[in-house]
Design a protein around this ligand. Sequence first.
Ligand code: NAD
Ligand code: L34
Length: 304
Amino acid sequence: MAKILDGKKIAKDIKDELKIQIQEWVKEGYRAPSLCCIIVGDDPASHTYVKNKVLAAQYCGINAETIKFESTITEEFLLDKIKELNESDIVDGILIQLPVPDTMDERKVCNAVSPHKDVDGFHIVNVGQLCLDMKTIVPATALGVVEMIKRSGIETHGRKAVVIGRSKNVGMPIAIMLHTDKKHESGLGMDATVTICHRYTPKNDLEFFCQNADIIISATGIPGLVKANMIKPGATVIDVGITRITDAEGKTKLVGDVDYDEVIKIAGAVTPVPGGVGPMTVAMLMHNTFQAAKNLREKTVKIS
Ligand code: NAD
Ligand code: L34
């Protein structure tokens, strides 16, 4: 049976470490890091995720504020609000929970956030720096996957990895770090040989690539996509996918992309859903917020 990679436990360890580091930082005379989350509309999943982020921030000693807007606000209104937060001396991290309403251009919204305060790592400058293996703010889910692999002692150097899903916010940054040279500036490289699969990868090819992989990372939102016959015995399977389904009794539950009950019989290590990558995303957002606060420290007034 596979080892279960407990994202909740690893995330708690990370938050405990951050809590201590932030306490020390504040003792040095800096004000506590602060995070501002903007949420537009009433998507219940988005509200749950933002609530989890605010709770985690409070736990770590980060001041967190949530600004909620109706889905009817204009893009111009949102951009004005972001500008105000960019200019605020008391905000270190700004996050616009995605998706934003269809009336808005998501890329324009992400690029409106100051790259220094972009704790999601979605700004064009931060994406560019990641692609060039430079030190930068890395998207929290991708960083969470990398951190989980590292903390679980899974070897990636020279190993074969498959990333299923090529979205710019999730699959792509995961694939970037997996294949990058560990010696490069970011320090996040994992030296794996990476195959990226996506919706137009023929099923037979997806199966073939997965069957040969030491590490599979699935980020599609297609429940049951990764089946036991696709797993090499002993492989690591990281399930990023989250889909809400209603079971026979009418109860909603969360499922990943992986056929978990069958895959655990063959894999070497598997992440559950919930309790896997989700909590890691939240923990790494806290890491990014503290990072942004430290980067902005010259601007931060010491309270002595
Ligand atoms: P997306 O819709 O932008 O991308 C989905 C990707 O899956 C696309 O690149 C597409 O090509 C690929 N795909 C679709 N069908 C496929 C198929 N049959 N075979 C192979 N590839 C296929 O979504 P996203 O934002 O990248 O999110 C992906 C999933 O991860 C969703 O379920 C989302 O809810 C979840 N997610 C989880 C976390 C977390 O913290 N756990 C964070 C972000 C996203
Ligand atoms: N801007 N938008 C921006 N940044 C992000 O990093 C996100 N994402 C994704 C959606 N939109 C975003 C998140 O935060 C997904 N995501 C996210 C955050 C938290 C959790 C899952 C995804 C999470 O806490 N998951 C729990 C279960 C939560 C529940 O009960 O619904 C888990 O155990 O997986």
